[in-house]
Design a protein around this ligand. Structure first.
Ligand code: ADP
Ligand code: MG
Length: 380
C-alpha cells in the first residue's frame, strides 16, 4: 500500500493542473503526500513542492501569506486575495514548482492560487469533480479499493499475514465499504486478536446503531465509515474515549503538538507518560495520525464524528475557538497563565479539563483566537 512502501507513484498529465477526486477517507491526501515525497516528482520540480491544506473554511489570505513566506519573501503586505495572487504570481515566475491544493471544497478557494506558469503544475484533491473541471484540470478519479486491496490493507493493519485471514474477513471488508480509512480502523482493532474475533467485529459493524448515525448525520454519504469509527471508538477504554472526544475542540485541519495535549490533560491527572500512552493508543488504532514532526491530527470525518458526540455541539465549539484568547498551539509549552485573559484559563482548566474550559470560555468575555499548526508547508 502507498502509505507504507516506497512504491513509485505516477499521475501523468498534459495540462497544467490535475485533480484527484474521490469521497472522504478514500486516500486522496495519502496519494498526494506520496507524490510530494516521490523522488522523481522532486526532480521534476526542482524549485520545490508546496503543500496547502484547505478544508471547508480556510483562511485564504493567511494561506496566501504562508506560501509567500515559505517562498522566502517575508513581506506579505497584501490585504486582499487578488493582491495576494499577484504577489504569488511574481514569486513563482520562471519557477518549476508543484503546488498541491489538498481538500478543496470551494472553487473560489482554489482560484486564489491559480497563478502558475508553464514550468509549474498544480495538483488538487477534492470531493467535488466540478472544481477540477472548472479549473480546466485533468481529472483522476480515485475509486474504492478492490476486494483484494481491501483485504491487503486489513491484514496490514491487523498485523496478520494475508493468507491467515479467515474468509469472514471478506465480509468485514464489505461492511467497511472498501474504504481505506474504515479498513484501517477495523484492521487495527484486530491486531493481536485470535481468528474467531473477526466474527465479533463483523457483528459490531452490523449492529452499529445506523439509525442514530443517520439522525446525527442526516444526508451523510458515508454511513459505512461512520459505523467503523463508532465501533472503533466504542472499543476504547472509557478514559481513552473521553480523551479522544476532547479533540472536538480543535479546529479542522490542525496539526496538534503533543505538548499542547500534555498541558491540557495535566490537570486531569495525566502526566507526560500517560499522555504519550493515550496518544500512541489512538494513533495505533488509526483514530488519528501523527506527522513527521510528531503533531497529531484527526481525519475530518473523524473530527465530524467526535464533534457530534460531545456537548455542547460543534457549532458552539467553533464559536468558542474563534473567541478563545491567544493560544499558540504550535508552541511547545502553551503559555497558559501568561498574557491577556489567560490567567483566567488556568483555574477552570484544573476543574473541568479541556472541554470544561471551553464551556466556561463560551460564557466568558474572551477575545482573540486559537492558532493551530501550520497547514502550509514547502518540501524542497
Ligand atoms: N493507499 C493507501 N494505503 C494505505 N492506507 C491508505 C491508503 N489510502 C488511504 N489510506 C488510509 O485511509 C486514511 C484516509 O486517507 P486520506 O488520504 O486521508 O483520505 P482522503 O481521501 O479523505 O484525503 C489514511 O489515514 C490511511 O490510514
Ligand atoms: Mg484528505
Amino acid at each position: 500500500m502507498l502509505a507504507d512502501t516506497n512504491q513509485p507513484v505516477a499521475i501523468t498529465a498534459k495540462s497544467r493542473s490535475v485533480g484527484v477526486q474521490g469521497m472522504g477517507g478514500i486516500g486522496k491526501t495519502v496519494l498526494a503526500t506520496a507524490l510530494a515525497r516521490d523522488e522523481e516528482v522532486r526532480r521534476a520540480f526542482p524549485d520545490g513542492v508546496i503543500w496547502i491544506t484547505f478544508g471547508q473554511t480556510p483562511q485564504i489570505l493567511t494561506l496566501q501569506s504562508d506560501v509567500v513566506e515559505a517562498l522566502g519573501d517575508k513581506q506579505a503586505t497584501f490585504t486582499e486575495i487578488n493582491s495576494g495572487k499577484t504577489q504569488l504570481r511574481k514569486l513563482l515566475t520562471g519557477k518549476a514548482c508543484l503546488l498541491i491544493l489538498d481538500d478543496v471544497w470551494n472553487l473560489e478557494h482554489a482560484i486564489a492560487f491559480d497563478v502558475l506558469e508553464k514550468r509549474s503544475q498544480m495538483l488538487i484533491t477534492t470531493r467535488d469533480a466540478g472544481i477540477i473541471t472548472a479549473l480546466g484540470g485533468e481529472e483522476y478519479q480515485l475509486s474504492i479499493l478492490s476486494e483484494q486491496q481491501a483485504l491487503d490493507l486489513l491484514a496490514n493493519w491487523a498485523n496478520q499475514a494475508l493468507e491467515t485471514l479467515p474468509p469472514i474477513a471478506q465480509e468485514v471488508a464489505r461492511e467497511c465499504g472498501y474504504l481505506p480509512l474504515a479498513l484501517s480502523m477495523v484492521g487495527a482493532m484486530m491486531r493481536g486478536k485470535p481468528t474467531n474475533r473477526w466474527q465479533n467485529v463483523l457483528e459490531k459493524l452490523r449492529c452499529a446503531d445506523l439509525e442514530k448515525i443517520k439522525q446525527q448525520f442526516p444526508d451523510y454519504p458515508y454511513p459505512d465509515l461512520l459505523k467503523a469509527i463508532q465501533v472503533s471508538v466504542e472499543a476504547l477504554e472509557p478514559e481513552e474515549r473521553e480523551r479522544y472526544l476532547d479533540f472536538a475542540v480543535f479546529p479542522e485541519d490542525t496539526a496538534i503538538p503533543e505538548a499542547v495535549l500534555q498541558t491540557f490533560w495535566e490537570p486531569l491527572g495525566l502526566d507526560e507518560y500517560d499522555t504519550q500512552d493515550v496518544i500512541d493508543k489512538l494513533v495505533s488504532k488509526s483514530l488519528m495520525s501523527r506527522d513527521k514532526k510528531g503533531n497529531l491530527s484527526l481525519h475530518d470525518l473523524q473530527l465530524d464524528y467526535v464533534r457530534k458526540q460531545t456537548s455542547p455541539p460543534a457549532t458552539v465549539y467553533t464559536q468558542v475557538i474563534e473567541s478563545l484568547p491567544v493560544l499558540e498551539l504550535p508552541h511547545p509549552n502553551p503559555p497558559l497563565g501568561k498574557g491577556r485573559g489567560q490567567e483566567s484559563l488556568v483555574s477552570p482548566l484544573s476543574k473541568g479539563g479541556l472541554r470544561g474550559v471551553i464551556r466556561l470560555v463560551y460564557t466568558g468575555p474572551f477575545q482573540g483566537r486559537i492558532k493551530g499548526g501550520n497547514s502550509t508547508c514547502v518540501y524542497t
